[in-house]
Write a protein that binds this ligand. Structure first.
Ligand code: ADP
Length: 261
């Protein structure tokens, strides 16, 4: 457990450092974008220069979207937690994915039988699901299936795979599974570190899962991963259920799936 706490602290300080750098970079990039736009306007008579400047502008845009990703979990002021139904979150993300994920991947949504209310920022939740789904897609270049699932679960408080650890109680659980290439333990244990990526240069930022981790930990939840090379990967997100009048009753421990957590 001590090692786990250490790891959590290390990620937190790395995250803060990255957030500070991202903030400064964002300001610098805003200046670059501004002056590039001026220069593009002024280069109307010189197509060659105009072309070059357009490349600068595109690169600056990419850099800004990267820093924006970093800032989402370090700048708390834009986060507006509210009661959100995870079933609705899954439906929205499913609709977005249907257009982008490609026909070689079967997309399956398994919502919970009743609304599943948690207290979180809806935009951040969507980002969590999208980041997990995009990684799943990248892990299945030759096709496969991607399953988004929501449900409730009772935790005993001694689950060692959860990062960070959670007290015993009833939780909402979001699951994102793929039948992709999976990962060896040496990769799986580093995936939540900011900037850790196995993707080729220019393809991966290594920020997707550290963002997921930051958002979920901030919302009082936890995450774990099960992966087997050649078989696939399952991410599970646990979030405290919101106290809502008329909410669905949570099944007691024996009714939870016998999946070891
Ligand atoms: P990025 O996607 O930019 O590499 P992430 O933080 O999202 O950054 O992911 C870090 C690494 O975790 C990936 O490079 C990949 O090696 C591994 N990974 C994440 N999701 C999966 C998955 N569903 N299947 C296999 N490997 C994965």
């Amino acid at each position: 457990l001590t090692e786990r706490t250490h790891q959590a602290q290390r990620m937190e300080s790395l995250g803060k450092l990255a957030g500070g750098i991202a903030h400064d970079f964002n300001n610098i990039l805003a200046i670059i974008v501004n002056y590039t736009d001026f220069a593009i306007e002024e280069s109307a008579s010189n197509p060659g220069v105009r072309d070059d400047l357009t490349h600068v502008r595109t690169a600056a845009d990419r850099a800004m979207s990267l820093t924006r990703q970093l800032l989402t979990f370090t700048r708390g002021d834009t986060v507006q937690p509210q009661d959100v139904d995870l079933n609705a979150a899954i439906a929205e993300v499913r609709a977005m994915l249907e257009r982008t994920i490609g026909e070689h991947i079967a997309l399956v949504a398994r919502p919970a039988p009743a609304p599943l209310i948690v207290h979180a920022d809806p935009g951040q939740l969507q980002q969590v699901l999208l980041n997990l789904a995009i990684n799943a897609r990248d892990a299945m270049p030759d096709g496969g299936s991607l399953v988004l699932e929501a449900g409730t679960v009772h935790l005993d408080g001694d689950e060692v795979s959860l990062q960070p650890p959670l007290p015993a109680g009833a939780y909402a659980r979001l699951q994102v599974s793929d039948t992709g290439e999976g990962m060896p333990p040496s990769v799986a244990k580093r995936i939540f570190e900011p900037f850790f990526t196995t993707k080729p240069r220019g393809r991966g930022t290594g920020l997707g899962l550290s963002t997921v981790y930051g958002i979920i930990a901030e919302a009082g939840g936890a995450v774990n991963v099960y992966s087997e090379p050649g078989v696939g990967t399952t991410f599970r997100i646990y979030l405290p259920l919101a106290e809502v009048a008329g909410a669905a009753p949570v099944p007691a421990r024996p009714a939870a799936p016998p999946d070891g957590d």
